[in-house]
Design a protein around this ligand. Structure first.
Ligand SMILES: *Cc1c(COP(=O)(O)O)cnc(C)c1O
Length: 446
């Protein structure tokens, strides 16, 4: 039988060995002897092939993919147009460094980003390798533009693992523990977390912004950065009006409003970008993850006066906007447009929402089901309280892995399960994954 690849892989869940199987266990042994123990692993298996809604491991087990490599393979693994553009590009030009000699795919990606990101004003973009690098560069740009130093971030935020972005990230374990000191001039204020603060968007914004005014001083703030839906923090959707109020305050105070859409972007929440749910137009937006179908690429996109405020040569990097990664992005973006994957994300959200609504009637450990589109989460608490049930998500994820479903956890308190399937997953496969997840929750909740 000829081997299948990408979306041609059989779209079925199939567990043919114990999990992890013998080949995965052998790789785990090699890994322990060769790879730093500092790297974690959400599932104990080693991937061989993937496509559509499945990941097949080295033992032939076929997992339903509810992670998409952390919201990266929105178009699916090995998406045909991505593979085609990459193959073509890899034979034509693999690297010059954009600052040595430019190339067309870089410009084409910037044109696409300028067109697709919120707001129909003129924009400029710059490309980088990772989300954290995009965040760092957004802050460089905002500081150069404003001549100010302070950066305002929020509770439960995640912005990356480099020094500056660790400082901007809220959660200590595992991201920050033992890695300080962190960069100065980063100020954290409360966010809007409707389940836990009960505030309206306007009230939560006032609380956050008063804090900035009294403890930092608006005139000292270069940038205010926020994820429109918190990612690692637990898919926290702010109350209506919170984001618009922040944006208005930024405009009134000459502060650069930066939306970190690294996890929420590219159709994930049912729109191209999550800011669009509230008509918010950020001054600057950072993107990565879903941008290039699995290839390392990230971007900063913003108003020309802001993006061009940096001196020539002030931004860059050896690999940023690599031609192959750019070709992948063009293939991925074309796929999202052709297949209207944002609409598909809405449908995925409906299927997940229905299954979880049924589940909520059967257990009292679910404090909230929330999210937007194909970015849904379940927050667990001790019954009748807001006390986080911290051990449950890990146990549920492990039980799901045993049955061939890949599930991720999240949350500052580790009490959240987050669902991030590829946007090309089939309805039946998704339904099957949700049934297994729901059963595992009921079993583990006791
Ligand atoms: C993943 C993530 C980052 C960091 O991206 P990397 O590519 O891992 O550096 C930053 N911000 C958000 C919102 C993210 O989800």
């Amino acid at each position: 039988m000829e081997e299948a690849f990408g979306p041609a892989l059989p779209q079925v869940r199939k567990v043919v060995t114990e999990i992890p199987g013998p080949k995965s266990r052998a790789l785990a042994e090699r890994r322990a002897a060769a790879v730093s123990a500092a790297l974690g692993a959400a599932v104990p298996i080693y991937a061989d092939r993937a496509g559509g809604g499945v990941v097949i491991d080295v033992d032939g087990n076929s997992f339903i993919d509810m992670a998409a490599g952390i919201a990266v393979t929105n178009v699916g693994n090995c998406a045909p147009l991505v593979a085609e553009r990459v193959t073509e590009q890899v034979h034509r030009l693999t690297h010059t460094c954009f600052m040595v000699a430019g190339y067309e795919p870089y410009i084409a990606v910037c044109e696409k980003l300028n067109e697709l990101t919120p707001g129909d004003h003129e924009k400029r973009s710059a490309l980088f390798n990772s989300g954290a690098e995009a965040v760092e560069n957004a802050i460089k740009v905002a500081r150069a533009f404003t001549g100010r130093h302070a950066v305002v971030v929020f509770e439960h935020a995640y912005h990356g693992r480099t020094n500056l972005t660790m400082g901007m990230t809220a959660k200590n374990m595992p991201y920050k523990e033992s890695f300080g000191p962190f960069a100065p001039e980063v100020y954290r204020v409360p966010t809007s977390y409707p389940l836990r603060d009960g505030l309206t968007g306007a009230e939560a914004a006032e609380r956050s912004l008063k804090r900035v005014e009294f403890e930092v001083g608006a005139h000292n703030v270069a940038a205010l950065m926020i994820e429109p839906v918190k990612g690692e923090g637990g898919f926290i959707v702010p109350a209506d009006g919170f984001l618009p109020a922040l944006q208005e305050w930024c405009t009134a105070n000459g502060v650069v409003f930066v939306a970190d859409e690294i996890q929420t972007g590219f159709g994930r929440t049912g729109k191209w970008f999550a800011c669009e749910h509230e008509g918010v137009v950020p001054d600057v937006i950072t993107t990565a993850k879903g941008i290039a179908g699995g290839f390392p690429l990230a971007a900063v996109t913003g108003r020309p006066d802001i993006m061009d405020a940096v001196h020539v040569g002030g931004l860059g990097g050896t690999y940023g906007g690599n031609p192959v990664a750019c070709a992948a992005a063009l293939g991925a973006i074309q796929t999202m447009q052709d297949e209207d994957l944002a609409a598909r994300a809405v449908r995925i959200g409906e299927i997940i929402g229905q299954k979880l609504a049924d589940l909520q009637g059967k257990t009292d450990v679910i404090a909230e089901v929330r999210g937007r589109g194909a970015m849904m989460a379940i927050e667990f608490t001790e019954p009748g309280t807001l006390t986080p049930k911290t051990d449950l998500p890990k146990a549920v994820a492990a039980a799901c892995a045993q049955q061939g479903v890949m599930i991720l956890t999240a949350g500052t308190y580790g009490n959240v399960i987050r669902l991030l399937p590829p946007l090309v997953i089939g309805d039946d496969l998704l339904g099957e994954a949700m049934d297994i997840l729901c059963e595992a929750i009921l079993a583990e909740a006791g």
